[in-house]
Design a protein around this ligand. Structure first.
Ligand SMILES: NC(=O)C1=CN([C@@H]2O[C@H](COP(=O)(O)OP(=O)(O)OC[C@H]3O[C@@H](n4cnc5c(N)ncnc54)[C@H](OP(=O)(O)O)[C@@H]3O)[C@@H](O)[C@H]2O)C=CC1
Ligand SMILES: CC(C)(CO)C(=O)C(=O)O
Length: 304
């Protein structure tokens, strides 16, 4: 199976690097700056939990892409989606599956409008970042990738994709509930991002001051209410797990959005928080904490 990874960043570089090291036919679609970095130093993963890796990846620069691929894994940030959708177009043929692993939901609608039934749902759970030298640093042991048809069928094309992704050193999973999985991840991530970005610290730091735990628990409830109104309520057991994790004073957890914000980089506030708030307003839900997070991120975006 010919696999194209669009964006050799923290997530795409990680999963694509593991796949390439396991012998899969993987190419990375990259822009000139990243291409030069990869040619000079290779694709490097630094992982205390799963082992370091350096390899010379197959790369294709945007503009040079030819012919369809069997699978395209889209791993750009939401604010780069429009450009990437155009750059990857030559890779999508009638048999191609396109698997986005962005956080949030809006991209799935945007991609499906453009690429129709090629688009599967996708969720990635990993904590990675690019360092100043362009190396991928893994920050926690977690490394899961799930994918599936939007209508939940376990189709032959998902089974083929699954066969190619299994056994590459991370947890790969064909899902028959991928839309619910994406919503569940969004509820978790938006709450985690909201807590850490608004309060500017890891979950434990927020919970170590009076009122921090109550804020975290209330934000989770607001966000879960949007998922429920959208037809994707998180299960009770998940809510209990999330509430316990987000009110834990010992937690060192942060989100990728917080890590980007702490470095002064662009963030995906519109996709992760703004879109949720717009949906809440569409349903007439009262979500004052979510609205506060949205204003805060808006000010960050406008002044950075
Ligand atoms: N990092 C994490 O821990 C997690 C992130 N996510 C989600 O995954 C998604 C991707 O995030 P992440 O991997 O961290 O982001 P990064 O910024 O690390 O990587 C994105 C990469 O995409 C590249 N890119 C952008 N536009 C194009 C284009 N048109 N063609 C080719 N390459 C392009 C950028 O390269 P350049 O700009 O250099 O050209 C960059 O290297 C986000 O939605 C994020 O929320 C989900 C789970 C965990
Ligand atoms: C899984 C988690 C929370 C890892 O950091 C993530 O998806 C993110 O931060 O974007």
């Amino acid at each position: 199976m010919r696999i194209l990874i669009v964006g050799a960043g923290a997530t795409g570089g990680y999963f694509g690097g593991r796949l390439a090291a396991a012998g899969r036919d993987v190419s990375f679609l990259v822009r000139p700056g990243r291409a030069a970095q990869l040619r000079a130093g290779g694709l490097q993963i630094l992982s205390p939990s799963h082992g370091d890796l350096t390899l010379q990846p197959q790369i294709v620069e945007t503009g040079d892409l030819a012919g369809p691929y069997d699978a395209v894994l889209l791993s750009v940030k939401a604010y780069a989606l429009e450009g990437a959708m155009t750059d990857l177009a030559p890779a999508v043929g009638p048999e191609t599956v396109l698997v986005p692993i962005l956080n949030g939901m809006r991209h799935l609608e945007t991609l499906t409008e453009r690429y129709g039934t090629a688009v599967l749902g996708g969720v990635c759970k990993v904590a990675t970042e690019l360092d100043a030298e362009g190396r991928i640093r893994q920050l926690a042991a977690l490394q899961e990738l799930s994918y599936g048809e939007q209508d939940g069928r376990l189709s032959p094309r998902v089974e083929r994709l699954d066969a190619a992704l299994q056994g590459a050193g991370f947890a790969a999973r064909a899902s028959t509930t991928i839309l619910q999985d994406m919503w569940d991840k969004w509820v978790m991530l938006a709450t985690l991002g909201g807590i850490t970005c608004l309060m500017r610290g890891p979950v434990g730091a927020v919970n170590s001051v009076p009122g921090g735990g109550a804020f975290a628990a209330s934000l989770l409830q607001e966000i879960a209410s949007v998922a429920a109104a959208s037809g994707h309520p998180p299960a009770t057991a998940l809510m209990q797990r999330l509430a316990a994790g987000f009110t834990d004073p010992a937690s060192t957890q942060t989100s990728s959005m917080y890590r980007d914000l702490a470095k002064g980089q662009p963030i995906e506030g519109a996709q992760i928080i703004g879109d949720l708030l717009a949906r809440a307003r569409g349903f007439g839900l009262e979500t004052p904490l979510l609205a506060t997070v949205d204003v805060h991120l808006g000010v960050y975006g406008a002044t950075r």
